[in-house]
Design a protein around this ligand. Structure first.
Ligand SMILES: Nc1ncnc2c1ncn2[C@@H]1O[C@H](COP(=O)(O)OP(=O)(O)OP(=O)(O)O)[C@@H](O)[C@H]1O
Ligand SMILES: [Mg+2]
Length: 299
């Protein structure tokens, strides 16, 4: 083993031959930087790597409200910043930016992309949302572990904040967990910076050329209740799916003269639309959560 300067490099080297690694940690703990290190180290050993980003709120790859996959085959493919990767290789729509009510959607999207990554690359590296504690955080991590079965977990923590979730992973999954403290150089981002980054990603997903397509009320999942006033859907985020059921990108529902339309740059070959739980303000690149059940049934 070459001389290592810190624990993070050491972990990346130890896991360079692993088949799959999940990075977990709270907000601003260096998860994405660790994921990059793992990818770099594996690529340097001529292994291809599928990077699955399941941080739906502050994704490093692809648009928010989605889980994304990008496969890197050689060191030259890896950009200095994931942000500069314009297109993920595959996308799964989750529909929201907070896992609170979306554990099922987030876990199935992640598991599907991990499976795809496994078939296309020698190694899978998973970046995750900062939700690591409490009932939602632990439930999310439990089911991600259950379906994705990473060979190893890298847990980056301040003090002992991850101990409960690490304990759970070890107890229920016999997990091979590598822990490390957060590096002192990690720079926390302010809420404004996060919102700014999210806005940029939303704008990138709605980059021109945008078209407005008239849509039938039967193309949605979940199905619209009959007699629903379409204006209730104005501004809603949707996932645009093609004839193979794959998510091609995002759209925004708009209502013109009572006609339902979708604004998107991914309309070619569109077959179905999945309703998200966010209302999208494209002027500000901002999203607000909505309760779909309330919106559809007024409950
Ligand atoms: N070892 C390091 N040296 C210098 N800067 C670092 C290091 N690790 C992380 N950073 C910086 O700290 C910031 C946060 O790191 P990173 O994005 O990896 O954390 P994260 O846990 O993925 O954050 P988030 O919760 O937003 O996803 C970034 O600006 C990153 O460039
Ligand atoms: Mg990150």
């Amino acid at each position: 083993m070459p001389l290592m300067v810190n624990r993070h490099e050491e972990i990346a080297f130890e896991l360079a031959e692993a088949s799959s690694v999940m990075c977990i940690g709270a907000l601003d703990t260096g998860k994405t930087t660790m994921a990059r290190r793992l990818i770099e180290t594996a690529l340097a050993q001529n292994r291809s790597v599928g990077y699955v980003d399941s941080d739906i709120g502050n994704s490093s790859l692809g648009p928010p409200a989605c889980v994304s996959l990008r496969v890197f085959r050689r060191s030259a493919d890896l950009p200095r910043q994931f942000d500069s990767v314009s297109e993920p290789d595959a996308l799964h729509f989750v529909g929201g930016i907070s896992p609170e009510r979306l554990v099922l959607q987030q876990v199935t999207a992640t598991a599907a992309l991990v499976e795809q990554a496994r078939s296309e690359a020698d190694m899978v590296v998973m970046d995750t949302s900062p939700m690591i504690a409490g009932v939602v955080g632990e439930t999310l991590k439990y089911h991600k572990m259950e379906l994705c079965r990473p060979e190893a977990v890298v847990a980056l923590q301040r003090g002992g904040e991850l101990e409960p979730v690490i304990g759970m992973i070890r107890r229920f999954f016999g997990g091979n967990v590598h822990t490390a403290p957060v590096e002192p150089e990690v720079r926390p981002s302010s809420p404004d910076e996060r919102m700014g980054r999210r806005a940029e990603r939303i704008m990138a997903a709605f980059a021109p050329p945008l078209d407005k397509w008239r849509v039938r009320t039967t193309v949605f999942a979940p199905t619209l209740p009959s007699g629903l006033d379409p204006s209730r859907l104005d501004g809603l985020l949707v996932g645009v799916h093609d004839t193979d059921g794959r998510c091609q990108g995002l759209g925004r529902l708009e209502v013109d003269d009572g006609n339902l339309k979708v604004l998107t740059n991914r309309g070619e070959g569109m077959q179905g639309l999945r309703l998200g739980s966010l209302r999208l303000d494209l002027g500000r690149g901002d999203v607000r959560p909505v309760n779909l059940r309330e919106l559809m049934f007024g409950l």
